[in-house]
Design a protein around this ligand. Structure first.
Ligand SMILES: CC(C)(COP(=O)(O)OP(=O)(O)OC[C@H]1O[C@@H](n2cnc3c(N)ncnc32)[C@H](O)[C@@H]1OP(=O)(O)O)[C@@H](O)C(=O)NCCC(=O)NCCS
Length: 167
């Protein structure tokens, strides 16, 4: 177990978050699109919760949650991108960020969170394809999952992702 703490991301963290994201996604998928996505979500006011994990050397993890419209209403949330520093992965940083972020969204009154991601990773937090399936979205299939944080939210509807996802 490594020593780290989490906090809300600040505007001055953006360069470190971008560098971390480029490193983690670059290594995993040879992609640097995610840092652009994060910056644009923030610039457009579509970020809901943005958290970093930090140790005495700097930022070693990041998670982003953003607004999704359901039938045009601002009542949905999405998870992503998220990353943990290569070399420190598989030591609990990502899991801690997911759980902390979901608690934060619950406290903000959000009822449902969608994710498009690894089907071996997100189910451990309660995400499942069955919860996402009744919603119409650009995505479908086993990688498209959702978790219900509280009863009473929408059970179906059409999802509109933020502008950042079309760029
Ligand atoms: C995915 C990621 C954020 C997880 O963070 P982490 O701090 O390594 O995760 P944790 O330590 O909390 O959890 C480790 C577990 O996740 C699993 N895991 C990590 N990456 C995974 C992946 N790509 N697919 C499936 N499982 C994965 C590990 O096998 C491990 O499983 P175990 O607990 O059964 O041993 C990190 O690996 C990362 O930055 N990857 C590159 C970027 C990325 O893929 N982001 C997510 C896009 S959907």
């Amino acid at each position: 177990m490594i020593d780290f703490w989490t906090r809300v991301a600040r505007p001055e963290d953006m360069d470190a978050i971008g560098a971390l994201s480029d490193e983690a996604f670059g290594l995993a998928f040879n992609s640097q699109d995610e840092s652009r996505l994060i910056r644009q979500l923030h610039a457009d006011g579509d970020s809901l919760v943005s958290l970093v994990a930090e140790n005495d050397k700097g930022i070693i993890g990041h998670i982003e949650f953003f607004r999704i419209l359901i039938d045009g209403q601002p009542i949905g949330a999405g998870l992503g991108p998220m990353s943990a520093k290569p070399g420190l992965q598989k030591s609990g940083i990502g899991s801690y960020l997911v759980r902390t972020g979901l608690e934060e969204l619950d406290m903000l009154g959000e009822t449902i969170v969608f994710v498009l991601g690894h089907q071996n990773y997100y189910p451990r937090f309660g995400f499942e394809p069955g919860t996402a399936a009744p919603f119409t979205s650009p995505w479908s299939g086993p990688h498209f999952m959702a978790i219900r944080l509280a009863p009473g939210g929408p059970a179906s509807g059409t999802l509109t992702y933020p502008r950042a996802f079309s760029g």
